[in-house]
Structures are given as structure tokens and as C-alpha cells.
Design a protein around this ligand. Structure first.
Ligand code: SF4
Ligand code: SF4
Length: 275
């Protein structure tokens, strides 16, 4: 058996009928031609979308340029709906989610490992996410991808999903979520706070002493806001606060600088790496 990158056979643009945010996507030909797809997501919370799991794992079938296009949608609701748009045309196979050691807090790169000792499996990735959110104590209405897959009929509500194996009470542990979820608990409060205090998102900041100039952040940035000049530099006039650079930096050289109110909320929830 050989291991091949999904880019090996190139990409093909496929139409997304009824997409809410995107009407087409470039998808790996290797993926499209596969007889069987086994997707291996990790159970984790996420700084931008609150939670990512089995549905978001299909994002891997896109080339980097296409991921940048999706990220340019910026607001997490729009980005989440684009993820579901993609899932509507590529979601298939079996998803095996590794929750033996999950991640809570500011995932996917700087959250805290959390032992859970669970593996979740389903032939319906959207249903798997519904159950995974319950396992970590996240309401299905507070994760936009989950809410959207239920609304579009790709997933059932938790109460309607048939679970085989251990019961929820045997495996569930409440995870700390990224602090911004506190504001998202009430969209009206979040919207007003953003408007009144100018708090739309947190700014990314570079710790030059930790930067090794590897360039991963520059390569992923969807708007070309990053240059490497001895160390990573960010053009804030271009930055759309998608946090991709924060996610990919292997050296913790990029941190989120949160406005005061969110810093306070973050500390209340034990959030990590908030300046
Ligand atoms: S990814 Fe991190 S270490 Fe690499 S260039 Fe960017 S900031 Fe520096
Ligand atoms: S600098 Fe970072 S947060 Fe800003 S747009 Fe680029 S990748 Fe996103």
C-alpha cells in the first residue's frame, strides 16, 4: 500500500447545487475516484468555528487556493455554511473520529489535550458531529455547521440519532470551548458588542522571537497579508481575521490578541494564549 497526497492526480471543479455560500469547488480527483472513503477526524473545539469534526474534515479535499477562497468568506457563519455546501457534494464513506484524547479550548493548534477515551464511527458524518457535540457538552444549536446540517436535512437532531455502543452518560465530559462562544451564546449580545465596542474578532500578533520563518502562515493566508522578512509580518490593512495563520504556526509564534472584554471572558472560561 502506498500513501499518496490528495493532490497527486490534480483537481476537478464540481458544481454545488443549492449551495448557500459557494456554487462550486475544486475537489481532489484522487478523492472523487476513490472506491471507499474513510475519513479520520479528531474530536476538538476550534477557535474560529467553535467545533470542527467529521463534516469539516472533508475540507481536506480542496487545494490550498480553494481553502483560501472559502476562508475569505470571513464571518464564521458564512464559512460554516460553505463547509456544509462542500459536504453536500463530497460527504460520503465512513467517518472514524478519534476522541481518545480530544482537544478543548483554542483548538486546533493551541488547545489543551483532554482524555476522553472514545472513538465515534458513522456512515453519516453529519450525524456523527451531532453526537460528538453532545459528548463534549456542546449544544447542537451552538455550532453553526451542526445547526446547518440539521436544517438542510443532512443530519438528524440528537434525540433522533440511533446510538449503538456506550451510552452518552458513560462517555461524555464537558469540554472548555473557545472563549468567544460565550458571546455567541446570544447572537443579539454578540452583534451589539461587536458594533458598540468594535470587537469583531481578535487580532493576530506575531512573537518574532519564536518565529523560524518557515512560511506556513504566508502560504495559508487567504488574502496575502503576510510577508516573511526575517520573521513573519502581518499587514493589518489586509487581514480579515480568519486565524488560519494562528492555526498552522508550528511554533506558537502567532497569538490572538483579544480586546479587553473578551480577555476577561476568556479568563473566566480558562482560555489559553489570549494576550
Ligand atoms: S508559521 Fe509561525 S514560525 Fe512559520 S513563519 Fe509563520 S509565524 Fe513564523
Ligand atoms: S494574517 Fe492571519 S488572520 Fe489575517 S487574514 Fe492572513 S491568515 Fe488570516
Amino acid at each position: 500500500m502506498s500513501i499518496e497526497p490528495l493532490s497527486r492526480a490534480g483537481y476537478e471543479r464540481i458544481e454545488i447545487v443549492n449551495g448557500k455560500q459557494v456554487s462550486s469547488a475544486l475537489v481532489s480527483r484522487l478523492f472523487l475516484d476513490a472506491d471507499l472513503v474513510i475519513s479520520l477526524p479528531k474530536l476538538k473545539t476550534h477557535v474560529q468555528t467553535v467545533y470542527t469534526g467529521a463534516v469539516k474534515n472533508f475540507f481536506a479535499v480542496l487545494p490550498l487556493s480553494e481553502r483560501r477562497r472559502f476562508h475569505r468568506l470571513n464571518r464564521y457563519e458564512r464559512f460554516s455554511e460553505a463547509i456544509v455546501d462542500l459536504y453536500s457534494v463530497v460527504g460520503r464513506g465512513v467517518s472514524l473520529m478519534d476522541g481518545i484524547v480530544g482537544m478543548e479550548g483554542n483548538g486546533p493548534s493551541t488547545g489543551r489535550p483532554r482524555k476522553l477515551g472514545v472513538v465515534l464511527a458513522s456512515a453519516n458524518a453529519a450525524n456523527l458531529d451531532v453526537v460528538a457535540c453532545e459528548v463534549i457538552g456542546l449544544s447542537q444549536t451552538r455550532v453553526h455547521t451542526v445547526k446547518d446540517t440539521i436544517a438542510r436535512g443532512f443530519a438528524a437532531r440528537f434525540e433522533e440519532v440511533q446510538i449503538v455502543g456506550d451510552s452518552l452518560s458513560q462517555v461524555s465530559r464537558k469540554f472548555h470551548v473557545p472563549p468567544r462562544l460565550l458571546l455567541r451564546a446570544n447572537p443579539i449580545i454578540e452583534g451589539l458588542t461587536d458594533i458598540v465596542l468594535g470587537l469583531h474578532g481578535s487580532a493576530v500578533e506575531v512573537h518574532a522571537d519564536k518565529c523560524t520563518s518557515c512560511g506556513h502562515c504566508r502560504n495559508i493566508c487567504p488574502v496575502g497579508a503576510i510577508t516573511i522578512d526575517n520573521y513573519c509580518r502581518i499587514d493589518y490593512s489586509k487581514c480579515i481575521r480568519c486565524y488560519c495563520c494562528f492555526e498552522v504556526c508550528p511554533n506558537d509564534a502567532i497569538v490572538l490578541r483579544r480586546p479587553f472584554v473578551r480577555r476577561v471572558l476568556g479568563r473566566l472560561r480558562g482560555g489559553k494564549r489570549e494576550e
